[in-house]
Design a binder for this molecule. Structure first.
Ligand code: GRF
Length: 202
């Protein structure tokens, strides 16, 4: 039995999700990708899940009348025996019921060295724009546990990425994304091995 049972929430490309799926398939990570949920039915993340024969669901505020989006997401994660929730470019806030049930076991990846360059409005290219505008010489990647706020939960793992002279938002984003793929897999591997321990919340 794999150590971790992963449920992914992804809104767009899902390249981080794919890196994790590939690590599972290649035996580099002792985990099972159980389900993919997206708020965007046309997302590449959903297409990737289809390609990988992983159960996938489109869940948004409009898709489940009579049930909140939060409740539908929680029910779907539980129905697929998920024990660890992986946010992989998920652009929505996690609802209170899902957060409470999976407290301490919802992870996110952020393309900068939190607590710098995080918070509301700092996502995607905005993060790299802010890093370049601030004249930073080093940026990076953070994997953290999700709490009620944006990008504030306990940090589990970080890696640094140099900012090069002449970098554009796109060149920096590409260099950071390559490291995201490595760091998310490494962090999950350490969680599965017990060398990173997820925090217990009261
Ligand atoms: C990544 O840059 C990640 O840090 C951020 O959203 C992006 C998702 O990329 N949270 P992908 O969908 O995994 O390709």
């Amino acid at each position: 039995m794999p150590t971790l049972h992963l449920g992914f929430l992804a809104s767009h490309g899902g390249s981080n999700m794919q890196a994790i799926i590939d690590a599972c398939k290649q035996g580099r990570l002792d985990a099972k990708p159980c389900v993919v949920i997206s708020n965007n039915s046309d997302s590449t993340a959903i297409a990737r899940a289809r390609q990988e024969y992983i159960p996938r669901y489109h869940i948004s505020a409009a898709t489940h009348p009579g049930e909140t989006e939060d409740r539908a997401i929680l029910r779907t994660l539980q129905a697929h025996d998920v024990d660890t929730v992986i946010l992989a470019g998920y652009m929505k806030r996690i609802g209170p019921e899902t957060l409470q049930t999976y407290r301490g076991r919802i992870l996110n990846i952020h393309p900068a060295l939190l607590p710098k360059f995080g918070g509301r409005g700092l996502y995607g290219k905005q993060v790299h724009e802010a890093v370049l505008r601030a004249g930073e010489k080093v940026t990076g990647v953070t994997v953290h546990v999700v709490d009620e706020q944006y990008d504030t939960g306990p940090i589990l793992n970080q890696t640094q990425v140099p900012v090069m002279v002449g970098d554009t938002v796109d060149s920096l984003a590409e260099r950071v994304l390559a490291q995201e793929h490595l760091l998310y897999v490494e962090t999950l591997r350490k969680i599965s091995e017990g060398t990173i321990v997820l925090p217990i919340f009261d």
